[in-house]
Design a binder for this molecule. Structure first.
Ligand SMILES: Cc1ncc(C[n+]2csc(CCOP(=O)(O)OP(=O)(O)O)c2C)c(N)n1
Length: 556
């Protein structure tokens, strides 16, 4: 037993969890913890807005596979975290957030900077808890990390009243904790795996749909083995992008509203669909009732609540994707006789060669992204903002690894990409990290330039600058008779803004200038913002119009 203040116990508990970095911004109600941090080995990265701190923690988590930690004061500090927490929740990202709170006796009295953050975040956290006695801190921190990272990951929030932080108590740091009603996921049912193998072995046109769960459980190699054994094409959700190298002959790209034409046409022809670690989100399935209506669907997911939630399936298998895929492959190998047809290889190769052709249409977004791919090493990490930039990146920027494409798929949060890039760079400083941005999205969190420069976390931002809230403008062109409403945003001079923060700012007006700018950015040890003007009226195609089914794709 150790006698410690609550704030010292918190720092000690974080160190025992292996936390080496926290993203945050202080204030009155969390000051004892900030003071205790000074005596620890933990690096604190000062955000300029708590939303960005949460996105940084989220980007760190996705790039590293470990929990990301953020911290804020009470009231507005904690409410500013909300978007970042909701974003992590929708994308199953393990973020642990600590918030200061007014002293215990003041709770519920409308005290200065009081907010009921426990009530506010109840629906967007996997678990949240207000600490009522300092002695609880060691076990609560252990529980927070266990819950955030195990099973289907997600955000956890721990609220710390200020007087709990200063209270001195006998502290016991447990090696393990039990959480009532929370048990590790069971092993996948062997009988169901056998039935799944039988279905797949008998399929004429099998298809594999890989979601973010494949990345989370590090199941990419198992996925590849199964796909190669079965000789089935693999499409991914946006969250699963990169789970199979997108230059692999069996990879067909992302499925969905802005999916690749190849992926969307092949998946609807499948007779057996193996879906792994996906929640059948509406952006992936489009009209969910019509989605793969004729196929036998096998769904593997770690979260039992996902089975049958959005889509009725023939076989639902609960368990870790990596274990399930490994065992399914063993079962399948016993059942497959003779060589599998390799006809996919040729067909996919031909279509892809056509798609990868850069063309020569000036500074078009697809062309810029294809060029960017060539300029970056295979292991570079790309984050995106939200809007056309995100969909272009999904379609035209090939990802070569499961943690190399980081995007806000669930909440669709503009302003996510830049702070997430900073978090990812902290997690993996050895690889280049590039945020593919829109001019609208970047303006939402561009004050993170200050963090990036002063904390020496150099990333690259490529702004596909159409001077528009482009995706909204596209919908207005297509579905509102071209009547623009509130989409022209007159962006500032981004290169000057970057320079004002001490970053490097480059405006690139030709492909040659773009190439030079990317090379200069990669060689630089400071963040670089590359502003590229593109045609304001360029649409992202193909597209499945809202309410339609995958087969109704337009603009192919
Ligand atoms: C925080 C937030 N507010 C509003 C939206 C709605 N929205 C979706 S895409 C989009 C336009 C994005 O514009 P920009 O960042 O310039 O990217 P572009 O579509 O032009 O590539 C908007 C406003 C959103 N996704 N997130």
């Amino acid at each position: 037993m150790l006698e410690l203040s609550g704030s010292r116990a918190l720092v000690e508990a974080l160190e025992r969890e292996g936390v080496s970095v926290i993203f945050g911004l202080p204030g009155g109600a969390i000051m004892p913890v900030y003071d205790a941090l000074l005596d620890s080995g933990i690096r604190h990265i000062l955000a300029r807005h708590e939303q960005s701190a949460a996105h940084m923690a989220d980007g760190y988590a996705r790039a590293s596979g470990r929990a990301g930690v953020c911290m804020a004061t009470s009231g507005p500090g904690s409410t500013n975290l909300v978007t970042g927490i909701a974003n992590a929740y929708m994308d199953s990202s393990p973020v642990v957030a600590f918030t200061g709170q007014v002293p215990r006796a003041m709770i519920g009295r409308d005290a200065f900077q009081e907010a009921d953050i426990i009530g506010i975040t109840a629906p967007i956290t996997k678990y949240n808890y207000q600490v009522r006695s300092a002695s609880e801190i060691p076990s609560i921190v252990k529980k927070a990390f266990l819950i955030a990272t195990s099973g289907r990951p997600g955000p956890v929030l721990v609220d710390l009243p200020k007087d709990v932080q200063t209270e001195v108590a006998q502290m016991e740091f447990p090696d393990t904790v039990e959480v009532r009603g929370f048990s590790p996921p069971s092993d996948p049912d062997p009988e169901l795996l056998k039935r799944a193998a039988e279905l797949l072995a008998g399929a004429d046109a099998p298809f594999i749909l890989a979601g973010g769960g494949v990345r989370i459980s590090n199941a990419h190699l198992e996925l590849l083995r199964l796909a190669e054994l079965l000789m089935a094409p693999v499409g991914t959700t946006l969250m699963g992008k990169g789970c199979i190298r997108e230059d692999h002959p069996l990879s067909v790209g992302v499925i969905g509203m802005h999916g690749s034409p190849l992926a969307n046409t092949l998946i609807v022809k499948a007779d057996v669909l193996l879906a792994v670690g996906t929640r059948f989100a509406d952006r992936t399935t489009c009209d969910v009732k019509e989605f793969c209506k004729e196929a036998e669907i096998i769904h593997i997911d770690i979260d039992p609540a996902e089975i049958g939630k959005n889509k009725r399936v023939r076989l639902g298998i609960v368990g870790d994707a990596r274990k399930a895929l490994a065992r399914l492959t063993e079962e399948l190998a016993k059942r497959l006789k003779g060589e599998r047809p390799a006809h996919w290889y040729e067909r996919i190769k031909q279509v892809k060669a056509k798609l990868q052709n850069e063309g020569n249409d000036g500074l078009s977004a697809p062309r810029l992204l294809k060029r960017l791919r060539k300029l970056l090493p295979d292991d570079a990490i790309v984050t995106t903002e939200v809007g056309q930039n995100q969909m272009w990146a999904s379609l035209h920027f090939k990802a070569y690894g499961p943690r190399n494409f980081i995007t806000s798929g669930g909440l669709g949060t503009m302003g996510f990409g830049f702070p997430a890039a900073i978090g990812a760079k902290v997690a993996r400083p050895e690889v280049p990290v590039v945020d593919i941005a829109g001019d609208g999205s970047f303006q939402m969190t561009m004050n993170s330039l200050a963090t990036s420069v002063s904390e020496r976390i150099p990333v690259v931002v490529v702004i596909l600058n159409n001077r528009m809230l482009g995706m909204v403008a596209q919908w207005q062109r297509l579905f509102f008779r071209g009547r623009y409403s509130a989409v022209e945003i007159n962006p500032p001079d981004f290169a000057k803004i970057a320079e004002a923060y001490g970053a490097q700012g480059i405006r690139a007006e030709s492909m040659e200038e773009f190439e030079r700018a990317v090379k200069a950015a990669l060689a630089s040890d400071v963040t670089t913002v590359i502003d590229v003007p593109i045609n304001p009226e360029e649409d992202v195609f193909p597209m499945v119009p809202p309410g339609c089914k995958l087969e109704d794709m337009i603009g192919v």
